[in-house]
Design a protein around this ligand. Structure first.
Ligand SMILES: NC(=O)c1ccc[n+]([C@@H]2O[C@H](COP(=O)([O-])OP(=O)(O)OC[C@H]3O[C@@H](n4cnc5c(N)ncnc54)[C@H](O)[C@@H]3O)[C@@H](O)[C@H]2O)c1
Ligand SMILES: N[C@H](CO)Cc1c[nH]c[nH+]1
Ligand SMILES: [Zn+2]
Length: 442
């Protein structure tokens, strides 16, 4: 399969079809997850075990829904020391980034003399972090979803993730959990995992919110259960745009186009450029890269870049390329340009922006520090990356002193009378002063 080439060089029109993702239509999955959710609600753990056998191919007779202490210890013995070191390195950077992002516990402002108002930032009691494991294993997603939970001070952060056929959690995912300080890891994924944390089962605690990316099964279940559990920012199949100007080596742009296109056939990835040379060099380079990355991942990348959700887009001019990015609102945006910082200031919609040829998306996915769980399917038009704020809520606080009271009461009484609330008005009338002095209402 060759790369899909969208030659828009003769027009400034941007066809709406190019902005569609596989997530755009979830109706098939929404219907299919209904009986799975109902079974978990009804049967709890026994449904989780049945689905783990059916969807994840779990073989062993004995299967614990919660990962046990010995499984963490065995994971450390089985994983290469350099991988453990890379996990440690990532945890340090991701923690430092989110600590810098964490808001003050409280802020106050004197609104008028003697009248104070502010916000408290309070962690959410119990948050579930979804770590996918279908087309790969994702210790990096464990880091991205749990580190901000710990930094925010969530009392009960829990991880859910599908088991492998051996009935175990991926080893590096368990190691990452231990290094972050997560104690509860449950072996359930897909729609059944989302239902487990929405309803609670014999083993799995009911949580207030779920964060983390997942397959359409996960996304559909989150939508279905959004009245029971806060589904967090939408994070579905990975997607990227590489925006390149004429200063760029097209073969380098193609290299970075590989990154998110190898996630799965449901991903989306485009190189967007106003340079015909860059477009042609990229198209020429990709088959050689596919030959080096193994059949499974090359197959995914080929189907994305040769299909209807990816490829190379050649625009009339660079301003139109920038406009394409803003309309698409990608999860990951990489800018390869002579002046990437200047181009960045023209971008209004993207989950993350990675600048220049030494900042490939791979660094952001794993080790740089910002969160790599980002809004997909154009949600970056209104939402940002996963952050400590997703694990906290604000509580507004007000305090008015005796000296500050009268000015506010006079104004509030006018509102109360206009809006037709006599009780509100009475509460700020002279009656209050009399009651405060110990007199009675008569
Ligand atoms: N946005 C991000 O930050 C980010 C990060 C990593 C991965 N991703 C995306 O997350 C997704 C991960 O998907 P995945 O498949 O690898 O893992 P996943 O864990 O999300 O999905 C696998 C689960 O889906 C369920 N499932 C599979 N087939 C089913 C069927 N026929 N019926 C019912 N349930 C079924 C099973 O429970 C299985 O355990 C990918 O699309 C990837 O692009 C996104
Ligand atoms: N690309 C994903 C976020 O969209 C993050 C990731 C993890 N592993 C590989 N990639
Ligand atoms: Zn990735």
């Amino acid at each position: 399969m060759s790369v899909t080439f969208h030659d828009l060089s003769a027009s400034t029109e941007l066809p709406a079809d190019l902005f569609k993702r596989t997530e755009s239509d979830l109706s098939f999955f929404v219907e299919k997850v209904k009986p799975i959710i109902a079974a978990v609600k009804e049967e709890g753990d026994s449904a989780l075990i049945r689905f783990a056998r059916e969807f994840d191919g779990v073989q062993p007779e004995s299967f614990s829904v919660r990962a046990e202490e010995h499984e963490f210890e065995e994971a450390f013995a089985r994983v290469d020391a350099e991988v453990i070191e890379a996990i440690r390195f990532s945890v340090e950077n991701v923690r430092a980034f989110h600590e810098a992002q964490k808001p003050e516990e409280m802020w106050w402002k004197e609104m008028r003399p003697g009248a104070f108002a502010g916000d408290r930032h309070v962690p959410i009691d119990a948050v579930a972090c979804y770590v996918p494991r279908g087309k790969g294993s994702f210790p990096s997603v464990l880091i991205m979803t749990t580190v901000p939970a710990v930094v925010a001070g969530v009392p009960r952060p829990v991880v859910i993730t599908p088991p492998g056929p051996d009935g175990r959690v991926d080893d590096a995912t368990l190691i990452a959990a231990r290094l972050v300080g997560i104690k509860e890891v449950y072996k359930c994924g897909g729609a059944q995992g989302v239902a487990a944390v929405a309803y609670g089962t014999q083993s799995v605690p009911k949580c207030l919110k779920i964060v983390g990316p997942g397959s359409p099964w996960v996304v559909a279940a989150k939508r279905q259960l959004s009245n029971l559990i806060d589904p967090g920012i939408p994070a579905g199949p990975s997607e990227s745009l590489i925006l390149a100007d004429d200063s760029v080596n097209g073969a380098l742009a193609a290299l970075d186009l590989l990154i998110e296109s190898e996630h799965g056939p449901d991903s989306s990835a485009y190189l967007v450029t106003s340079s015909r040379r860059v477009a042609e060099e990229a198209i020429a380079a990709l088959p050689g890269y596919w030959d080096t990355i193994g059949e499974k991942r090359a197959g995914f990348s080929r189907s994305v870049l040769g299909g209807t959700h990816g490829g190379v887009v050649l625009t009339k001019d660079f301003a139109t390329a920038v406009e394409f990015v803003n309309q698409y609102a990608p999860e990951h945006l990489e800018i390869l340009a002579e002046e990437p910082m200047a181009v960045m200031t023209q971008i209004r919609n993207a989950g993350e922006i990675l600048l220049g040829e030494h900042t490939p998306i791979t660094l952001g996915n794993f080790v740089l520090g910002p969160n790599a769980v980002l809004p997909t399917n154009s949600a970056a038009k209104t939402a940002g990356p996963l952050s400590v704020f997703d694990y906290m809520k604000r509580i507004s606080v007000g305090y008015v002193t005796r000296a500050g009271y009268q000015q506010l009461a006079t104004k509030a009484k006018r509102f109360a009378e206009y809006e037709g609330f006599p009780g509100h008005a009475l509460a700020v009338s002279e009656l209050r002063d009399r009651l405060l002095k110990g007199e009675n209402h008569d």
